[in-house]
Design a protein around this ligand. Sequence first.
Ligand code: G2I
Length: 470
Amino acid sequence: MLFTAIPDIASKARRTITIAIAAALGAGVVVAVQQTASAAEATLGAAAAQSGRYFGAAIAAGRLGDSTYVNILNREFNSVTAENEMKWDATEPQRGNFNYNNANRIVNHAIGQGKSIRGHALLWHQQMPGWAQGLSGSDLRNAAINHVTQVATYFRGKIHSWDVVNEAFADGGGGGRRDSSLQRTGNDWIEAAFRAARAADPGAKLCYNDYNTDGINAKSTGIYNMVRDFKARGVPIDCVGFQSHLTNSAPSDYQANLQRFADLGVDVQITELDISGSNQANAYAAVTRACLNVARCNGITVWGIRDSDSWRTGQNPLLFDASGNKKAAYTSVLNTLNSVTPNPSPTPTPTPTPTPTVTPTPGPGGPCRVAYTLNAWNTGLTSSITITNTGSSAINGWSLVFGLPSGQTITSGWNATYSPSSGQVTARNVSYNGSIPAGGSVDIGFQANHTGNTSAPSSFTLNGNTCSRA
Ligand code: G2I
């Protein structure tokens, strides 16, 4: 019955996956399992941490009283995802009435155990509360963006990565968006969600997450094109999640698919891994190896702990059996994590918005430097601004003044307030970024309409000092 949650994953995808079995059973898998580590770690989390990665599990608040479950969780995993507790129906059961009780049971457990947290999922066409299912158009859009803002703000500072939007692309050959009430609010609903999430929690990596995207296919290519477009236009996206609900093997181009996304300048994460079938141990090793081989693969999350905890009832797709014993697949993953020298070494996490390294000496124009990038299209543009404190003491509270070229009007912004929307604009800090330490930076930005003039402001003044330009 649970498969009806995403019926598309069942028949067609499995056929595709099955066809790929032979190809995926390459020599690399065998080598990975045979290698032994010089300094083997004894748990999945510790073994993954050797290369700066996490190894996580989706967990359920309702199982935190089960000692077998909690012992495995505490021992093996250094990241958790709430399997259901952060979804829209769980966190906003009535409009504007938020309930974080079960999510907090997971968050508090994770923090108490020093584990990082993946947030799942801010917007998804499934698990919408009844009240939101009855909405459409701008009413739904406003409710959805408010939901993103409220939930991401509530958990600000605690989430390593958020699945901001989940499963928004259609299955089949078209590579387009899935029809849903959210999609019918306008094609820009995904980028609106990402902007709202960035404004609410600038420290979290923001991910797009989907399934049947584990190889190079029409669906993953549709997502690839969206990410490329987002990067080009400055829409804040940091990572792509590959759910990886697999049967018997990963597609033969699994690693190549991760790598092509990483090459767009986003991190990649294996977010909901579970693998059924008799080739399970080898397939788990292959997926693990692929992540290790991709520098921007941050980590792996399995979708449950014991087979009896899995949504895939009866398929035994996880690393521990119903009694909590380690399976062959567990040993295969652990050995792979211990045996592979990551090449190249992974990107340190979390780093949602890389900021340039600066030497904290005053620039020629005053104790600030501004880097300004602008992406324009027909009638709109996105500007990203990095303000660097090049002075020797912290700035506490700031206003950045600049002249917006004629015809440009700000329509929305993030990480600052902008007033007025045209002419001589003052961008003021918001509550969480008012302090810029010596040598530190903040990233802000805005979207604007334009009437043909897409030039950048000619100068920037921070607290009355003219800034140098990067
Ligand atoms: O469907 C598998 C996963 C696909 N990607 C997104 C994930 O969020 C999704 O997870 C599953 C959970 O593993 C299930 O546990 O999402 C399902 C739908 O939200 C979850 O199932 C639901 C049942 O449909 C509800 O009847 C039940 O009350 O789990 C709920 C809590 O046990």
